[in-house]
Every structure is written in structure tokens, then in C-alpha cells.
Design a protein around this ligand. Structure first.
Ligand SMILES: C[S@@+](CC[C@H](N)C(=O)[O-])C[C@H]1O[C@@H](n2cnc3c(N)ncnc32)[C@H](O)[C@@H]1O
Ligand SMILES: CC(C)=CCC/C(C)=C/COP(=O)(O)OP(=O)(O)O
Ligand SMILES: [Mg+2]
Length: 291
């Protein structure tokens, strides 16, 4: 193997840029919730994002059946993978020679899916050495380590050359950073004509201010959810022009309602369900062209 393919995240861990980023690195280094690991075990794609789409009640069958919980886990995982597929649908044409960036890549499930779909290179950045090691180990197991690589790196200050990246995304990772700083960095490394996509939860300016449920989600994950207005403004200020904005709130509610009935609940289900229902919080995809 070359030095490139034997890369491990823990070989050289940069110091956190801020005390907050140190907190977030610790949070994800210590994270091992069954709702994430048991879903990932279904097919080896490990996600830290939520699901979209209708629940397949026929596939779930009778709740009294001994296999029901296993089927429920598979169904939640199917909906999470459908979310990642929907994000990848919006990246535009990607060739095998292109490089994509997954900003805030978690355990790397979306990166594997992107490589399988496009045959391209995918570079992931996360604050967590445990996550980057996990993603690189999975890539080695799948023998795609020459194309899929995770590293410990601040997404606001990446090593990618100016104009070198065909498309990039944030999947539920924008709520940990200042949006102006984030979009300035994507805009720097994206090619002109390249595509940026995010799926995120944002508070709804029509509601007024962040609701108590949004505050509860922030406290639960130590994050800072932005408003929909902030996204549009920060993109406009950084040469990212929205090409599609999709309100996925109705599409994600079935996932949450199903998850709330499972043995893998974490306690945050009520906040998501109530805030989506009262309109204070929205689950959105924004795809933007780098102009
Ligand atoms: C909720 S997880 C999402 C993971 C992944 N996108 C997915 O869909 O499975 C949030 C991720 O954002 C990362 N993150 C937060 N702030 C970051 C920063 N400043 N630089 C790089 N990664 C960051 C965390 O390390 C974590 O991997
Ligand atoms: C939409 C919003 C506001 C997301 C916040 C970021 C976040 C923690 C996403 C899910 O991670 P996870 O998969 O580790 O969480 P859980 O353990 O709840 O499944
Ligand atoms: Mg999860």
C-alpha cells in the first residue's frame, strides 16, 4: 500500500481551532449510540443523519412478531440511506475523475455511497479522530481506500486547492459552524460551475425565533441551529446561488414517528416531532451552484 492508502486519522491530529471545536471532537469521539451502530450494522453504511420517505408498513409486518424489532431497525436504516441518496441526486453530473468533499463526514456512510454511484474520489473531514479512523477502516474493508478517505480537519480551513473540487456537501453538519465562514471555504475549493448541497435542520423565520424544541435540540447535540434566512443570506454572500430548495419536513416526519416507537429511542424524538409539527423547525435540502 502507498502512503496515501495507509493514511490513518490518528497519525497527525491537528489541535482544535477553538475550545468549542474541542468539545465537538470529544462529543463525537465518545459517541456510540445503538441507534447509529445497529442501523449501520444492517449493511455496513454508518450514518449520523436522519431519514426521509414513506414507511413500508408491509415490510415491517406485525409488531407482535419476534422479528419485528430487527425489521424496524432495517426500515429506519433504509430511510436514512434514502436521505443520502436524495442528497447525491442533487450533486449534478460527477465523473470518475472528479473529487468530492464531504464536510463533517461522520463515520463515512455517505462517502461510500457517493463513490459507489460515481466511481469518483471522496475526501471527508471530521473533527473526530475516532470517526475518521472508523471511516478509513471501513474503506479498507471495502477495498476502496484509494478513493475514499477521511481525515481530522476543520471544515472551515481545509487543505483542498482553490477550484479543485467538483462538488461538496454538508449532511447535517452545518449547525456546528458559522455559515459565512463555511460557505466561504466551500466557495474557495469548489470549481466555478461546481455544486454545493446541504441537508440540514433550520429554524423557521416565520415562527419568529427558535422555539423551545429547537433550543432542546441545540442543547442535546451541543450545536447551534441556524435559521433558513441565514442559509440563503450566507450563500448569496459567497457566490453560492440556490438552484433547488426542498422542504423535506413532511418527508422526515414518518421516520421520526417510527423511530419514537422503537427500542432505540434516545429521548430527542419528541423535540423533532413537535417542532416539525408546530412549524418552528424545518428539514431542508439546499443545492447551490458555485458561480
Ligand atoms: C451529525 S454528524 C453528520 C455526519 C455525516 N455528515 C453523516 O451524514 O453521517 C456531524 C459531523 O460534523 C462534524 N463537524 C462538526 N464541526 C466540524 C468542523 N468544524 N469541521 C469538521 N467537521 C465538523 C462532526 O465531527 C461530525 O462528524
Ligand atoms: C437535523 C439536526 C438539527 C441535526 C443535528 C446534528 C445531528 C446530531 C445529526 C444526527 O446525528 P446522529 O445520527 O448521531 O443522531 P442520533 O443519535 O439522534 O441518531
Ligand atoms: Mg442517527
Amino acid at each position: 500500500m502507498t502512503a496515501e492508502t495507509t493514511f490513518t486519522a490518528s497519525a497527525k491530529i491537528p489541535a482544535p481551532a477553538t475550545p468549542y471545536q474541542g468539545d465537538i471532537a470529544r462529543y463525537w469521539n465518545n459517541e456510540a449510540r445503538p441507534v447509529n451502530l445497529r442501523l449501520g450494522d444492517v449493511d455496513g453504511l454508518y450514518h449520523h443523519h436522519y431519514g426521509i420517505g414513506a414507511v413500508d408498513h408491509a415490510a415491517l409486518g406485525d409488531p407482535a412478531h419476534s422479528e419485528y424489532e430487527k425489521k424496524l431497525i432495517a426500515e429506519l436504516h433504509r430511510l436514512e440511506s434514502a436521505q443520502a441518496e436524495f442528497l447525491l441526486d442533487h450533486l449534478g453530473p460527477v465523473g470518475a475523475d472528479d473529487t468530492l468533499v464531504d464536510a463533517g463526514c461522520g463515520r463515512g456512510g455517505s462517502m461510500v455511497m457517493a463513490h459507489r454511484r460515481f466511481g469518483c474520489r471522496v475526501e471527508g473531514v471530521t473533527l473526530s479522530a475516532a470517526q475518521a479512523d472508523f471511516g478509513n477502516r471501513r474503506a479498507r474493508e471495502l477495498r476502496i481506500e484509494d478513493h475514499v478517505r477521511s481525515r481530522v480537519c476543520n471544515m472551515l480551513d481545509t487543505p483542498f486547492d482553490k477550484g479543485s473540487i467538483a462538488a461538496s456537501w454538508n449532511n447535517e453538519s452545518t449547525m456546528y459552524v458559522d455559515l459565512h465562514d463555511l460557505f466561504a471555504e466551500h466557495s474557495r475549493f469548489l470549481k466555478v460551475g461546481g455544486r454545493y448541497v446541504t441537508i440540514t435542520g433550520c429554524w423557521n423565520p416565520r415562527y419568529g425565533q427558535p422555539s423551545k424544541w429547537v433550543s432542546q435540540i441545540n442543547a442535546h447535540f451541543e450545536c447551534n441551529i441556524h435559521s433558513r434566512r441565514e442559509y440563503v443570506r450566507a450563500m448569496a454572500d459567497n457566490r453560492l446561488v440556490p438552484q433547488a430548495i426542498v422542504d423535506l419536513t413532511p418527508e422526515t416526519l414518518p421516520y421520526w414517528e417510527l423511530r419514537a416507537t422503537s427500542s432505540l429511542v434516545t429521548g430527542i424524538e419528541e423535540a423533532f416531532i413537535e417542532s416539525y409539527r408546530d412549524g418552528s423547525f424545518q428539514y431542508v435540502l439546499i443545492a447551490a451552484d458555485r458561480v
